[in-house]
Design a protein around this ligand. Structure first.
Ligand code: DOR
Ligand code: ZN
Length: 469
């Protein structure tokens, strides 16, 4: 049956229109019918039967594409699983998630990819892409063959973790990466966690014990130099090989400058930052405590402000959450640079940014671009995802701009309450979420069976000119 969302304001990257959204029986957008024409312009129910959903006074946006989540499934499901992670996504207005490969076993072979897909199939309320990982193997030939297998299986991108983090996956050497990217350029997008391992491993044991209980100790264990070096290196890889490089969770002012310069040279680079880097700085640690520990670490107010500027200038393309649930931090004697890192956040991507827009910090079209269109383009999913126009999947979120949300147990869907934003409230409640035309969330509750499917990037998604508008 067709569906008509009647009476709302429809937003995309360029602005707003008062229009009804007609969704065809296959779950794609059939038409946007502007209201206010001769006959009032409302979409007619004539023709095939239609259910009409009244969204007057509400905003209709393309569903968000969270390009960076860790749903921990399979292997680490005490922290999160695909059902709970994707429920949190749907409740927050996210309709596609791209899931990271540091699950157990790590997704660094075609067989591991197939096993993960089987494990999570039928357990997602949103559509999802799966990343593969490029890790250190015995030989470069093995590395190249495994990455080829991952791309063939439909990996949405290839992740490289240059520094130690959850799962402690080891990265190929720079020499191997150079060959790998040159060979697989144009076939996929390479996503980099930019912290240099050696800089961290040498710095950590040298941090004075006196700082062991202070956030400054964590920052000393991960000098800025390590992030600058790794970021500069991966940008040079893009320049040297022509491969599409995406810089994950940019957290540092200097990195914004390096990325802007690389883009200025015409290198095929995109970059993301996360709400925790846009809304928090190191001074908040005293009040928030260990749930604020993420990698790379949250740094100064100047870094935060430069990241916001970087988004505005276009140096940074998109906002993703790095949703990284963990069990609650245990009270322990271990130093601040040990333990688990990461916070849950997929549910808050849109609420935090819509609230920012309502407070005048950015516009709703900015929010649509940063959370939906830009990530869909970066990963070869546009315009099936990330666009609200005829032919696109009817992945939609209906926002009530007057209604408040509050990060509390009765709304929260992740297994992990490990977020620095616990207790925070704002305006712009995601009142409904549609996945390919079907309602998957109403009023903070998921509905229907989990119908999410694997998304595969368009062929040649690594091509720089392939980002169709
Ligand atoms: O804080 C983080 N946690 N950063 C990462 O890069 C990985 C993530 C995790 O998997 O826990
Ligand atoms: Zn991550």
């Amino acid at each position: 049956m067709r569906t008509i969302l009647r009476g709302g304001t429809v937003w995309d990257e360029s602005g707003a229109a008062d229009a009804d959204v007609v969704i065809d029986a296959a779950g794609r957008i059939e038409a946007l019918v502007p209201r206010g024409g001769q006959d009032g312009g409302a979409a007619r129910e004539g023709g095939a039967p239609a259910q009409v959903i009244d969204v007057s006074g509400l905003w209709v946006l393309p569903g968000a594409v969270d390009a960076h989540v860790h749903f921990r499934d399979p292997g680490l499901t005490a922290k999160e699983d695909f059902l709970t992670g994707s429920a949190a996504a749907a409740v927050g207005g996210v309709t596609t998630v791209l899931d990271m490969p540091n699950t157990l076993p790590p997704v660094n072979t075609a067989a591991a990819f197939a096993a993960k897909l089987q494990a999570v199939a039928g357990r997602a309320y949103t559509d999802f892409g799966l990343f593969g990982a490029a890790t250190a193997w015995e030989s470069i030939d093995d590395l190249i063959a495994h990455v080829d297998g991952l791309i063939e299986q439909g990996a949405v991108g290839i992740k490289v973790l240059l520094g130690p983090t959850t799962g402690n996956l080891s990265a190929p050497s720079w020499g191997e990466l150079y060959q790998l990217l040159a060979l697989h350029a144009e076939r996929t997008v390479f996503v980099f966690h930019c912290e240099d391992r050696s800089v961290i491993e040498v710095a950590t044991p040298r941090v004075p014990r006196a700082l062991a209980a202070e956030y400054r100790g964590l920052l000393a264990a991960r000098p800025r130099f390590g992030e600058i070096l790794a970021t500069a290196g991966v940008l040079e890889l893009a320049g040297a090989t022509g491969a599409r490089v995406h810089v994950a969770h940019v957290a540092l002012a200097e990195a914004v400058g390096l990325i802007a310069r690389a883009k200025g040279q015409g290198w095929p680079v995109t970059a993301e930052t996360c709400p925790q880097y846009l809304f928090l700085c190191q001074d908040d640690y005293e009040a928030i405590g260990p749930v604020m520990k993420v990698l790379p670490p949250i740094r100064s107010a100047r870094d935060r402000d430069e990241l916001v500027q970087g988004l505005r200038s276009g140096a940074i393309d998109l906002v993703a959450t790095d949703h990284a649930p963990h069990e609650p931090p245990t009270k322990s004697e271990q130093p601040v640079w040990e333990g688990s890192f990461g916070m849950a956040g997929v549910q808050l991507l849109l609420p935090l940014l819509v609230d920012l827009a309502l407070r005048g910090g950015c516009s709703i079209p900015d929010v649509v671009r940063w959370t939906s269109a830009a990530p869909a383009r970066a990963f070869g999913l546009y315009p099936a995802k990330g666009a609200l126009r005829p032919g696109s999947d009817a992945d939609l979120v209906v926002i009530d701009p007057h209604r408040a949300w509050c990060v509390a147990d009765d709304w929260w869907k992740s297994k992990s309450r490990n977020t620095a934003f616990w207790g925070r409230s704002g305006r712009g409640f995601p009142a409904m979420t549609f996945l390919r035309g079907r309602l998957v969330q109403v009023d903070g509750r998921v509905c229907g069976p989990p119908r999410g499917r694997l998304v595969r990037p368009r062929a040649g998604a690594g091509k720089t000119d392939g980002e169709a508008k």
